[in-house]
Design a protein around this ligand. Structure first.
Ligand code: FMN
Length: 325
């Protein structure tokens, strides 16, 4: 399939694996890129810019296909050394960056000077337009369904994607709730040029996370995610577990008085315990409603090939059949 996104990133299929904390290691990104999609290393999972440089080098050893690096701008008073991370990306010869969290104006000139294509992930039409205005090459439009941070507008992709299509001039991909060939065709129908997936890629053979995480996603239904940290205006969609229910009780009890310190035990530093040790009740971890559509643990190649053949059958048989009738 050829779209503005496959052309822009030099990939075979218009399918991107979004940056994911403690999931987006070199193994994940290389597996997706080798399968013809765009794999993305999560920059900030690496503890330092030097570690990121090593991770990029490791990924290059595993694939000669294009891959990207995610740079997430965190809402924190003590930000990581972003210029050093950006330098590691540029020096590592990476040609694609996914930004998220806040608009990337502070790093964009450096990325553009290095000839890097920037796809900015955001959750609203106004933020997408801002990304376009400051010179991003593409946008990843992340609907309310998404795992991770859906923003505070709560607009699902059925509305958000056509709204983005009506306003944007640069290409965009859908993100949030995407799992299969139906998702891809629906995204294309609504004006996207491809799709981004997070949760679906965690339940793959190559995802470098504990088997308990994959099993939890397969076992979960679309009813099993919760929104946490809404009172802090840092909403995150997570898979429910004991820690999450405890966190929600605290949110209810403290109301507008809730502070980050009150829930630190349930959210801070929990990713390594969950993703690496498989301690599934350690705290809140991002997961999309799309878990309800995930029933197996294929390889990335099996997954992407299946999505493309499903899309082909939907477009050329099912939909073409309706038109011919
Ligand atoms: C476990 C997990 C960790 C994530 N970490 C990040 C991150 O560090 N930075 C980021 O930009 N997005 C992050 N995301 C969001 C994904 O890149 C992607 O936008 C989202 O998962 C799409 O929704 P889906 O899960 O319904 O496919 C994360 C998602 C998950 C599930």
């Amino acid at each position: 399939m050829k779209t503005a996104i496959t052309e822009m990133f030099g990939i075979e299929h218009p399918i991107i694996q979004g940056g994911m904390h403690y999931v987006g290691f070199a193994e994940m990104a290389a597996a997706v890129s080798n399968a013809g999609g765009l794999g993305i290393i999560t920059g900030l999972t690496q503890k330092s810019a030097d570690d990121l440089a090593n991770e990029i080098a490791r990924c290059k050893d595993m694939t000669d296909k294009p891959f990207g690096v995610n740079i997430t701008f965190l809402p924190t008073l003590n930000p990581p050394d972003y210029p050093a991370y950006v330098k590691a990306v540029i020096d590592g010869g990476v040609k694609i960056v996914e930004t998220a969290g806040r608009n990337p104006a502070q790093v964009l000139p450096y990325l553009k000077d290095a000839g890097i294509k920037v796809i900015h992930k955001c959750t609203s039409v106004r933020h997408s337009l801002k990304a376009q205005e400051i010179g991003c090459d593409a946008v990843s439009v992340d609907g309310f369904e998404c795992g991770g941070h859906p923003g505070e507008d709560d607009i699902p992709n059925m509305i958000l994607l056509p709204r983005a299509a009506d306003e944007l001039e640069i290409p965009f991909v859908s993100s949030g709730g995407m799992a299969d060939g139906r998702s891809l065709v629906a995204s294309l129908a609504m004006g996207a040029q491809g799709m981004n997936m997070g949760t679906r890629f965690i339940a793959t053979k190559e995802a470098p996370v504990h088997e308990n995480v994959k099993a939890a996603i397969v076992a979960a239904s679309e009813l099993d995610t919760r929104l946490v940290m809404r009172p802090l205006r840092n909403t995150e969609r997570v898979l429910t577990n004991d820690a999450v229910e405890r966190l929600l009780e605290k949110e209810k009890a403290l109301g507008a008085d809730l502070k980050f310190e009150d829930i630190i035990e349930e959210v801070a530093g929990v990713y390594p315990r969950i993703m690496m040790e498989g301690d599934m009740d350690a705290g809140a971890w991002s997961c999309g409603m799309v878990a309800g559509l995930i029933n197996d643990i294929p390889t990335c190649k099996e997954l992407i090939d299946r999505i493309m053949s499903e899309a082909d059958a939907i477009i050329n048989k099912r939909l073409a059949g309706f038109m011919a009738a």
